[in-house]
Design a protein around this ligand. Structure first.
Ligand SMILES: *[C@@H]1O[C@H](CO)[C@@H](O)[C@H](O)[C@H]1NC(C)=O
Ligand SMILES: *[C@@H]1O[C@H](CO)[C@@H](O)[C@H](O)[C@H]1NC(C)=O
Ligand SMILES: *[C@@H]1O[C@H](CO)[C@@H](O)[C@H](O)[C@H]1NC(C)=O
Ligand SMILES: *[C@@H]1O[C@H](CO)[C@@H](O)[C@H](O)[C@H]1NC(C)=O
Ligand SMILES: *[C@@H]1O[C@H](CO)[C@@H](O)[C@H](O)[C@H]1NC(C)=O
Ligand SMILES: *[C@@H]1O[C@H](CO)[C@@H](O)[C@H](O)[C@H]1NC(C)=O
Length: 399
């Protein structure tokens, strides 16, 4: 009996010691402990930066910046700089709202990004809350003002081994998430929303990055759901629902004569719902380099226009002058793309007269026009490759 009661006491002392220890060494750095108010009106930027300094300087295993639930934090354009002492986590459980577009801080900082993570290794962002950039005010303010730069919601530069899970971003002023100079990343269960007519509100914009996976996400925006740009490779996209928006694009590449190297881009098990364009590769005339080893497979299309498109004469604005060089497009597969299209053009392979597209494989395509009595058709210029098992033959491909 005596023995038993002693061991009980020991146990409870031990458990008290243990909980004290976890308090002292908690790896959660809660922004509200650093003065964040979360009333959607008070500026919480200083508290976020102070907490980040402690997270980033911590030698604990996986220190974490915690943005707790039930509140909405107002944040100026803010940079979370690395490198940090350990791999760090960010838990966005509450919501974050951007400083108003008329706040002087935008002019003062000249920032083109709202939230930046720079040179952070092993960044692990998990979110339940949402980021609201209050884009509508920017779209309006910038619509008739030259040189008005709308900020990207979240940008990550120079990161490695990162993951983002569960994040929601609404009404970005420009891109929702931009990734550049990053490698080995997984982004999953992401939701982006912005109206169909909102300007340049790309979902993901990826450049000079490799080994990136985008999984199981729902993207509805006014521009590309995903755009893969300059010098990116080994990018896999699966389980993405895109629409409204401009589809999933490789490019635009080769603007202003730029040399580019893009390869191993694989898009699988995705859907395009009511999009302008779908599986798309776009390059400017005059570019150099290549875009190759690209596949779009198992894609559902509903009421989209241009579901399959290669355009080497990309020219979104005025007139572009014809030039002699082009980004070489080769080894592209479109396979298992099925559904309905808004107009009649199912496949458009518009390749440069100077640099042909080569080894284009078009397989197992079934696209029906929603325009009554109109049959879906294909058009090509200077595209070499082969097609099989399509409801409407792609006769225009050159052998
Ligand atoms: C990232 O953070 C989430 C939530 O805190 C956690 O469940 C997950 O295990 C972390 N992943 C890694 C690789 O540390
Ligand atoms: C394209 O990528 C290369 C490096 O990979 C870089 O030097 C160049 O500045 C990039 N171009 C643009 C327009 O971003
Ligand atoms: C990316 O997709 C390609 C082609 O579908 C596949 O071979 C590769 O294993 C995938 N990589 C990852 C990391 O999922
Ligand atoms: C395809 O993606 C959806 C999400 O959009 C997912 O639920 C489903 O499991 C995926 N199917 C396969 C075969 O990967
Ligand atoms: C297809 O989309 C257009 C434009 O958004 C819309 O007007 C039309 O009603 C849609 N058709 C179907 C069958 O969903
Ligand atoms: C450029 O070349 C294309 C393809 O040959 C042709 O259709 C177009 O008219 C040309 N544009 C100009 C501005 O010369």
């Amino acid at each position: 009996m005596i023995c038993a009661s002693i061991s009980m006491d020991l146990l409870s002392i031990l458990s008290i010691l243990l909980s004290l220890a976890t308090l002292a060494y908690s790896q959660n750095f809660d922004v509200t402990k650093y003065g964040a108010i979360g009333d959607a009106k008070s500026d919480d930027s200083k508290a976020f930066i102070k907490a980040w300094k402690d997270v980033c300087g911590s030698t604990l295993k996986n220190p974490s910046l915690l943005i707790p639930e039930g509140k909405t934090y107002l944040l100026n354009p803010t940079r979370f700089e690395g490198p940090c002492k350990s791999d760090v986590a960010v838990q966005i459980i509450g919501n974050i709202i951007a400083a108003s577009n008329t706040a002087p801080v935008w002019k003062e900082t000249q920032s083109k990004v709202w939230i930046t993570f720079s040179k952070v290794k092993g960044l692990n962002i998990s979110a339940k809350g949402k980021l609201d950039a209050r884009g509508a005010d920017w779209w309006k303010a910038c619509s008739n003002m030259q040189g008005c730069i709308r900020p990207t919601t979240l940008a990550s530069h120079g990161c490695s081994s990162f993951r983002v899970r569960g994040l929601t971003s609404v009404n970005s002023a420009r891109n929702h998430i931009s990734i550049s100079g990053c490698n080995h990343g997984t982004l999953s269960s992401i939701t982006f929303t912005a109206p169909d007519e909102s300007p340049n509100t790309d979902g993901f914009n990826i450049a000079t990055s490799n080994n990136i996976e985008i999984l199981d996400s729902n993207i509805g925006t006014g521009d590309d759901c995903i755009a893969i740009n300059n010098d990116s490779s080994y990018i896999n996209i699966t389980g993405v629902r895109c629409g409204p928006g401009h589809g999933i694009s490789v490019g635009s590449l080769g603007k202003n004569g730029e040399e580019t190297r893009v390869e191993e881009i694989h898009v699988k098990n995705c859907s395009f719902i009511g999009t302008d364009n779908g599986a798309r590769i776009k390059t400017w005339q005059g570019g150099k380099g290549y875009a190759r080893k690209i596949s779009f497979e198992d894609i559902e299309v509903r009421n989209s226009s241009n579901p399959i498109i290669i355009d080497q004469y990309y020219c979104p604005h005025s007139v572009c002058k014809n030039q002699t060089s082009a980004v070489w497009i080769s080894d592209v597969t479109f396979r298992g793309i099925r559904g309905t299209i808004r107009k009649e053009k199912a496949i458009k392979l518009h390749c440069s007269e100077k640099v042909a597209c080569t080894n284009i494989l078009v397989e197992d395509i079934k696209l029906d026009s929603l325009v009554s009595n109109k049959k879906a058709y294909s058009s090509c210029t200077n595209a070499y490759g082969r097609s099989s098992r399509s409801t409407h033959p792609v006769e225009c491909l050159l052998k």
